[in-house]
Design a protein around this ligand. Structure first.
Ligand code: PRX
Length: 644
């Protein structure tokens, strides 16, 4: 057999076992993934492992399965029926523990509620809920009957909810009477009321009682969940679906104003995630696993719900803010539940680092065995702080790289097979079955140490089925930059050992506290303000959040710049998109720097905002606008707001 070119040099490491698994996975990817797939439960085995009609991949074609059966029914047939599936901690201090048998009962009853509301296979259901067990249960209940769920992060605004609901023409929406965040109630149902004035497809709204807020539920369109549960059956047959039946659609930001509805399959997605979960988190039966992400993101779908439950793991869910009511909340939760695997974000680690390690000393964190980081590049200082103080220098850190589109982790250490030597800040090596590389502008692999674009060279089971309703955008976004390979939109570099270092986004997408936000989406929100003519949004390096949002806006004729207008604009963006999109800085300018073809040169604005070198300006239409921006920036940095 011809020697495979591994993306790293095996002679550097004593990691024979990992390299063997990796090498075999590349020699026969279909055989490799089929063996992984057999570890799940299939009502009918697939006819074909992979149907690859570039750029569309269909895995385990003809195979029939059900995600709720895999995550729940399988376990209640074993001793795990009495094992804790979910440890849930509410922000006000209330808590619930759900065994697998309780989860089974609830998933069945919720599935019956959905059916009684007229929902069936292939229908779209929107879940706009706080981090409460009902969210997970509804996800699994949808999967049970073959309905497709779309979870909308509960921090999104009415407009963001309406856009997503309309894109998928959802028939049913589930929300709550509110959610707790920093001791306050987020009025989810009134946000929904506002959104639904623009959403004719929604026929039914189910409201979960969480905060006991005095709200009125308007029958017959709206109903309390509790009332519907009174009529619910105790068992609903799980609907076998073909492997490529969508399990869910999850929206994420791209380079245009319209968020993309990423469609994930059932079979390929579950196979990828179940395998990746085992390799990355090295889970044992007695592990207590806590992923702090919000369920509204891909990490939450994969690493709080589907992968842990498919493995029969105990998963911890915390409803509220990390530092509420005090900065000790998380450490208290680790001690309380004896968490063994703790998976979080670099932003959270940096925030806690800022408070100092004293707070950690009050808690017994000795249960921890493995730490993880995801969502953005982690700087070595934060990595080392996490390693020394949280992990007590005994826990490996898995820095995992993935995207909403990849469905699961792709590059990460795999202690579940064999842990590679770690390097703070590096995501290390691609996982088994995953072939990645770094290309230059011309689509050629870059030499070691040189920055380039991270690409994925072969289809993988967790990959998106497509963008909902927009196959052209799918082709254009991911497969047109370098024909035949998947373009991630990330910059990366490979070191002399073949280790990957992901440097950040190469496109117009920001990562603010790990949240992915498109600059175009923000600009649309800014220009929807009646006094704004034109705007450009850029990211500014932030020591805690990774990036913060800076707005440069040109006012309409007659509008006057003022601190009040700035505040109003920040509030407007918050209302249009949600609290994660609130800008840190707003600058009013009379011109934006543009190329001769009329494109805003964000590079220039970014350099101004970050105080770095601006570089080549030869394509700039009107260089005076750069000076103007620098001037406006400096004036405002000094705290002066000058009226024109
Ligand atoms: O830029 C990369 C960054 O997050 C992006 C994907 O964001 P999202 O779709 O929200 O998914 C988040 C996690 C599944 C990537 O394109 N990113 C994610 N993980 C890492 C990372 N950057 C550096 N290191 C990571 N470990």
């Amino acid at each position: 057999m011809a020697e495979l070119s591994l993306p790293f040099k095996s002679r550097y490491f004593p990691i024979k076992k990992f390299l063997d698994v990796y090498q075999k996975s590349l020699e026969d990817p279909e055989g490799f993934w089929a063996a992984e797939a057999r570890k799940l439960y299939w009502f009918k085995t697939w006819d074909k492992v992979l149907e690859w009609k570039p750029p569309f991949a269909r895995w385990f074609v003809g195979g029939m399965l059900n995600a709720s059966y895999i995550c729940v029914d399988r376990h209640v047939k074993t001793w795990r029926r009495s094992k804790v599936a979910i440890y849930w901690e509410g922000e006000p201090g209330d808590s619930r523990a759900l065994s697998y048998s309780t989860l089974y009962r609830e998933v069945n009853r919720f599935a019956s509620v959905l059916k009684n509301c007229g929902i069936g296979k292939g229908d779209n259901v929107v879940l706009y809920l706080p981090m409460i067990p009902e969210l997970l249960i509804f996800m699994l209940a949808c999967a049970r009957i073959g309905a497709i769920h779309t979870v909308i992060f509960s921090g999104f605004s009415a407009q963001a909810v309406a856009d997503r609901v309309n894109d998928i023409q959802a028939k049913l929406l589930v929300t709550a009477d509110g959610g707790f965040r920093r001791g306050k109630v987020v009025p989810l149902n009134s946000i929904v009321d506002e959104a639904l004035t623009k959403c004719p497809s929604v026929e039914k709204v189910i409201v979960v009682k969480r905060t006991n807020s005095p709200i009125t539920v308007k029958a017959p369109k709206e109903s309390w969940l509790d009332d519907l549960l009174e009529q619910a059956a105790l068992f609903v047959e799980p609907e076998p679906v073909e492997s490529n039946h969508p399990l869910y659609i999850l929206y994420t930001s791209g380079t245009t104003g319209k968020p993309k509805g990423i469609v994930h399959s059932t079979g390929g997605y579950l196979v990828h995630n179940c395998s990746a979960y085992k390799w990355v988190f090295n889970l044992r039966e007695e592990s207590v696993y806590w992923c702090t992400a919000d369920i509204g993101w891909l990490t939450g779908h994969s690493q709080i719900v589907y992968a842990p439950l498919a493995h029969g793991a105990a998963t911890v869910i915390y409803e509220g803010a990390p530092d509420y009511p005090t900065i000790e909340r998380w450490w208290d939760i680790i001690e309380k539940y004896g968490v063994t695997v703790f998976y979080t974000s670099p932003t959270a680690i940096r925030m806690f680092m800022g408070y100092g390690e004293e707070m950690l000393k009050k808690y017994d964190l000795s249960s921890l065995e493995l730490l993880g980081s995801v969502g953005e590049p982690i700087n070595p200082e934060a990595w080392l702080w996490f390693y020394h103080y949280v992990g007590g220098e005994r826990c490996p850190i898995v820095d995992t790289w993935g995207q909403t589109e990849t469905g699961g982790n792709m590059i990460s250490p795999c202690p579940g097979i064999e842990c590679v030597p770690l390097k703070p800040g590096s995501v290390t090596l691609p996982m088994p079955g995953i072939e990645v590389d770094i290309f230059d502008e011309d689509g050629k692999p870059v030499p070691m140490g040189q920055r380039g674009f991270l690409v994925i060279k072969k289809p993988w089971p967790g990959m998106l089925l497509g963008i909902h309703g927009d196959p052209e955008r799918y082709k254009e976004t991911y497969w047109s930059r370098f024909p035949g390979v998947y373009y991630t939109g990330d910059y990366a570099v490979k070191d002399k050992d073949g280790y990957f270092w992901v440097l950040g986004r190469a496109d117009e997408v920001l990562k603010v506290a790990g949240h992915r936000i498109g600059t175009a989406e923000l600009e649309d929100a800014v220009v929807s303000h009646p006094q704004i003519a034109e705007a450009a949004v850029v990211g500014k390096a932030d020591p805690v959040k990774g990036e913060s949002i800076v707005i440069f806006a040109r006012l309409k004729e007659g509008a006057e710049p003022s601190p009040d207008l700035k505040k109003e604009l920040a509030g407007h963006v918050r209302k249009e998109v949600g609290p994660i999109a609130v800008p840190d800085e707003v600058y009013f300018v009379t011109k934006l720097p543009k190329t001769r073809s009329g494109k805003v040169m964000r590079r220039v604005l970014k350099a101004v905002a970050n105080n770095t070198s601006i570089g080549d300006l030869t394509t700039l239409e009107d260089a005076s606008s750069v000076e103007e921006i620098i001037k406006a920036y400096q004036e405002l940095k000094e705290g002066e707001v000058k009226k024109k």
